[in-house]
Design a protein around this ligand. Structure first.
Ligand SMILES: CC(=O)SCCNC(=O)CCNC(=O)[C@H](O)C(C)(C)COP(=O)(O)OP(=O)(O)OC[C@H]1O[C@@H](n2cnc3c(N)ncnc32)[C@H](O)[C@@H]1OP(=O)(O)O
Ligand SMILES: O=C([O-])CC(=O)C(=O)O
Length: 374
C-alpha cells in the first residue's frame, strides 16, 4: 500500500511532537490507542476502560475499573451556578457553543489549581459533559429542568437516559458506547493540537479543552457529522443522492463526511459504525437513510476515490437512535475529551512551548505616511 503523500499547506506531513497515545494510518488505514487496535477495543472494552487506558497508559483490572466508574458517577451532577448559566443560553444557540461555555464556566467554579489536580479536572469534565449538553437542551427545548444524575453504569447509557428521560435499550447503550470509543482519540488532529498548543503555555485544563471544543466545532473537523446529516436528509433516494452529489462536485463543493487529512483509502472507524447503522436501519424497518448513505459512499469512491471518514455513518446511526442532529458534535466532545486530556497531560510531562515559525510574504519595510497623505 502506498502511503498518502503528506506535504503542503496545513503542516501536512510534518511531525509536531511525539506521542505514546495513538497511531493513525501507520499502515495506510490502521488506528491504535496505546497499542490496541480500535476495532479490538470497540469489540472488547467499554468507553470507561478506554478513558482509563488513555489517562493511565494501561487498561484497568476489574477493581480499578469499578473504582473509576464510581468516581465518575459521583461527579455527574452540575453545580447550581452552572445550571443557572445554562438556562440563560438561548434555544437557538449552537450546542457546541453551549459545551464551550459550560466547560469554561465550570473552570471558574472548580478551577484546576495545580497540575496535581489534572486527573480530577479531566474526570470531572468527562462526567459532567453529558449533563451540560442535556440540561441546556431539555430546558430550552422542552421546558424541563432534568435531574443530572442517573444510576446508569456507563456514560453511554447515562447520556441517553438524560436525553430521553427513560431507560435506553441494551442495543442503544452498546451503539453509543462503541461510538464514544471510536471518537475518543486521534493523534494530532486539529482540536487535539489546539489543546496541546494551549497546554504548552502551561495553561489550565479547562482553557485547553475550551479551545479544543471551538476547533472541533468546524465542519471540516467534528462538525462534519451534522453537516453530513443535513446533506443526506436532502436526498430523496439513492439515485437522487448520486445526481445531487455529482452537481456538488461539479460546483466544487466539499462533501462532508468524506476524505481525510491522513488516511488514504479508508478510515478504520467507518466500517465499524457503518455496521451499526445497517443493523439499526434493519431493526427500524426503514432502511432509506442507510441505503442513501451507501449510495453516497459508492458514488464518492467511484467518482473521486474519496471514502467515508468516521463522521459519515455516524450521521445515520445517531439519527436511527433518535438523537437530534444538533447534538451530534457535542457527543463527539463527550468522547474526545479523553484524547484531549490525555494529550494535555502528555504535553505537560515533557513540555516546551509550541511556537513554530512563519515564512514572511508581506511588504518590504516601509515608512508610515501621515494620515492626511494616504
Ligand atoms: C472526525 C474528523 O474530523 S474526520 C474529517 C471530517 N471532515 C469532513 O468530513 C469534511 C470534508 N472533508 C474535507 O474537507 C477534507 O477531506 C479534510 C479537511 C478532511 C482533509 O483535507 P485535506 O487533507 O486538505 O484533503 P486532501 O489533501 O486529501 O484533498 C485532496 C483533494 O480532494 C478534495 N477533497 C478532499 N475531501 C473532499 C470532500 N469531502 N469533498 C470534495 N472534495 C474533497 C480536495 O479538495 C483536494 O482537491 P484538490 O487537489 O483539487 O484541491
Ligand atoms: O485526525 C484528523 O485529522 C481528524 C479525525 O479523524 C479525528 O480527529 O478523529
Amino acid at each position: 500500500m502506498v502511503d498518502k503523500k503528506l506535504t503542503g499547506a496545513g503542516l501536512r506531513g510534518q511531525s509536531a511532537g511525539e506521542t505514546k497515545l495513538c497511531t493513525v494510518g501507520k499502515s495506510g488505514s490502521g488506528l491504535t490507542y496505546c497499542g490496541y487496535d480500535v476495532s479490538d477495543l470497540a469489540d472488547n472494552a467499554t468507553f470507561e476502560e478506554v478513558a482509563y487506558l488513555l489517562f493511565n497508559g494501561e487498561l484497568p483490572n476489574q477493581a480499578e475499573l469499578d473504582a473509576y466508574k464510581s468516581e465518575l458517577k459521583s461527579m455527574r451532577d452540575l453545580p447550581d451556578a452552572l445550571k443557572s448559566v445554562l438556562k440563560l443560553i438561548p434555544k437557538n444557540a449552537h450546542p457546541m457553543d453551549v459545551m464551550r461555555t459550560g466547560c469554561s464556566f465550570l473552570g471558574n467554579l472548580e478551577p484546576e489549581n495545580s497540575f496535581a489536580e489534572q486527573n480530577k479536572a479531566a474526570n470531572r469534565l468527562l462526567a459532567a459533559f453529558p449533563a451540560i449538553m442535556c440540561y441546556w437542551y431539555k430546558f430550552t427545548h422542552d421546558g424541563v429542568e432534568i435531574d443530572c444524575t442517573t444510576d446508569e453504569d456507563l456514560l453511554a447509557g447515562h447520556f441517553l437516559r438524560l436525553l430521553n428521560g427513560k431507560t435506553p435499550s441494551e442495543q442503544h447503550r452498546k451503539v453509543m458506547d462503541v461510538s464514544l470509543i471510536l471518537y475518543a482519540e486521534h493523534e494530532f488532529n486539529a482540536s487535539t493540537f489546539t489543546a496541546r498548543v494551549c497546554a504548552s503555555t502551561l495553561s489550565d485544563m479547562y482553557s485547553c479543552v475550551t479551545g479544543a471544543i471551538g476547533t472541533l466545532r468546524g465542519p471540516l473537523h467534528g462538525g462534519a457529522n451534522e453537516a453530513a446529516m443535513d446533506m443526506i436528509l436532502k436526498f430523496k433516494s439513492p439515485k437522487d443522492a448520486k445526481v445531487q452529489m455529482a452537481g456538488m462536485l461539479e460546483r466544487k463543493e466539499k462533501i462532508m463526511g468524506f476524505g481525510h487529512a491522513i488516511y488514504r483509502e479508508s478510515d478504520p472507524r467507518n466500517v465499524i459504525i457503518k455496521r451499526w447503522s445497517e443493523k439499526l436501519a434493519q431493526e427500524n424497518g426503514n432502511t432509506s437513510l442507510y441505503d442513501i448513505s451507501v449510495a453516497c459512499e459508492e458514488f464518492m469512491w467511484d467518482s473521486k476515490k474519496l471514502f467515508c471518514n468516521a463522521d459519515f455513518f455516524h450521521a445515520s446511526t445517531y439519527n436511527y437512535m433518535g438523537i437530534p442532529t444538533k447534538l451530534f458534535t457535542p457527543i463527539f466532545v463527550c468522547s474526545r475529551l479523553t484524547g484531549w486530556a490525555a494529550h494535555i497531560m502528555e504535553q505537560r510531562s515533557n513540555n516546551r512551548i509550541i511556537r513554530p515559525s512563519a515564512d514572511y510574504i508581506g511588504s518590504e519595510p516601509r515608512k508610515v505616511i501621515g494620515i492626511s497623505e494616504r
